[in-house]
Design a protein around this ligand. Sequence first.
Ligand code: CMP
Length: 144
Amino acid sequence: MAKGGATDGYLERLRSVPLFAECDDAELRQVGTLGTEITLPAGRVLTTEGERGQEAFLLEEGQAVATRGGQEIARFGPGDFFGEMALIGDRPRSATVTTESEVLVRAFHSSEFRRMMIDVPSIALRILTTMASRLASAEDAATH
Ligand code: CMP
């Protein structure tokens, strides 16, 4: 029972992340094996606009800010993900993302990110839905 409880607690922690909200237990267990958790201080640059990148990030704790051309375009908090655009589009980073506080992030290497998108359709759908609204807001900003 204790073992089951501990396992359930771990799965519940993952399930509380909106990106994983629709995952079943088997998918959550698989997701839990992907990515590397890292604690970083404030002021760390996680993606650099115009450069190539190999990772996508899930922010588990703390705050980060995205800038493009030196202008703030978004702020991220717990449960937000970023860095997906360069991996999905095979393009340079669209923005610079910098930590604003100490953060706990889960970094997914491009191969793990790809695995997650292929194996867990509910995650892929959420990532693509979010990416579509990010692209639309970038287009609005450019045309207004
Ligand atoms: P990527 O281009 O890989 O690196 C920078 C990241 O910032 C990008 O992926 C998105 O995750 C994020 N990003 C870019 N534009 C926006 C936006 N308009 N709103 C929120 N996040 C964005």
